[in-house]
Unconditional design. Structure first.
Length: 288
């Protein structure tokens, strides 16, 4: 079984590879590689061809996403190329190469703001409120769905995935850094935003199992606990042994929480608590 993995050097991609090894022949797509190790060098921000990809493939996993999500409109074309245009090219490649399954990582951020838990069929954000980055992810979903007559299309919507190897500008690493440096965590409302963060090991086990689904579907990828920013800060502070500072901020409290019912039924029941996940993450950065 051959599996083509876009975004192999990212957080989820790098943790997915060990699960795939021994069960799949992995062809990793990275921007740069230094040796002939089954890696294809493709820069998704630029025009590229599938000529160096295998003539036939069983599964394609598209985890690639633009790192320039905060750089709009300066990097609009780059964001669009990675999140949308290259996804379309990957889907066309998968169709021509006979893929049975295509897994696409969208985002939990596409849901409308609500105090309810977001289920897969819940209303999505109005297009005018999505913003450019999430707009490209939503475009990706719409494009991918059109290929469901050719292969199984599994659209995953991850919620705040974190873990060892994550970029330091993402939410959980930034919060850890603030606690370490005795900088306050901003709280909108009494306890701040509520989320269900997902440890990367739970996320990639769900992705791995998605390869065996014999249907097209949308599934949230979320963690087992709903936590406020106050909860998260306190757990981080306890883990690293530092007092946490909080600072009130104007605004209405909100929550971005994904239902994990379908995830638990079809893919993987998340098991790693935030306390355990942040312990592993802190140990990793201390060693690093």
């Amino acid at each position: 079984m051959k599996c083509l993995l876009f975004g192999a050097s990212g957080l989820m991609g790098s943790h997915l590879i060990p699960l795939l090894e021994g069960k799949y022949q992995i062809i990793s797509v990275k921007r740069h590689h230094v040796k002939n190790d089954g890696t294809c060098s493709i820069d998704l921000e630029k025009e590229w061809s599938s000529i160096d990809l295998p003539e036939s493939i069983d599964s394609v996993v598209y985890l690639a996403q633009s790192e320039k999500f905060r750089s709009f409109p300066e990097s609009a074309e780059s964001i669009f190329r990675v999140n949308t245009l290259s996804l379309l090219k990957a889907l066309n490649y998968a169709r021509c190469a006979g893929a049975r399954t295509f897994v696409y990582a969208s985002s939990g951020g596409v849901y409308d703001n609500t105090m309810n838990v977001c289920e897969e069929e819940a209303p999505l954000k109005p297009h005018g409120e999505l913003g450019f980055y999430l707009g490209t992810k939503m475009c990706g979903e719409i494009i991918a769905e059109n290929y469901a007559s050719f292969m199984n299309i599994i659209i995953l919507r991850p919620f705040f995935v974190y873990g060892p190897g994550q970029r330091k500008d993402m939410l959980i690493p930034r919060l850890v850094n603030r606690v370490k440096n005795k900088q306050p965590i901003q709280l909108v409302g009494e306890d701040g935003l509520e989320i269900n963060p997902t440890y990367v090991e739970d996320a990639v086990r769900a992705i791995y199992n998605a390869l065996n689904l014999n249907m097209s579907c949308k599934v949230n990828i979320g963690g087992p606990e709903v936590l406020s920013m106050r909860n998260i800060g306190e757990i981080i502070g306890h883990t690293i042994g530092k007092k946490v500072l909080f600072e009130a901020s104007d605004g209405a409290p909100s929550r971005i929480v994904g239902s994990i019912e379908k995830m638990s039924q079809f893919l993987w029941k998340p098991q790693i608590t935030f306390a355990e996940g942040i312990k592993r993450y802190v140990e990793y950065i201390d060693e690093d």
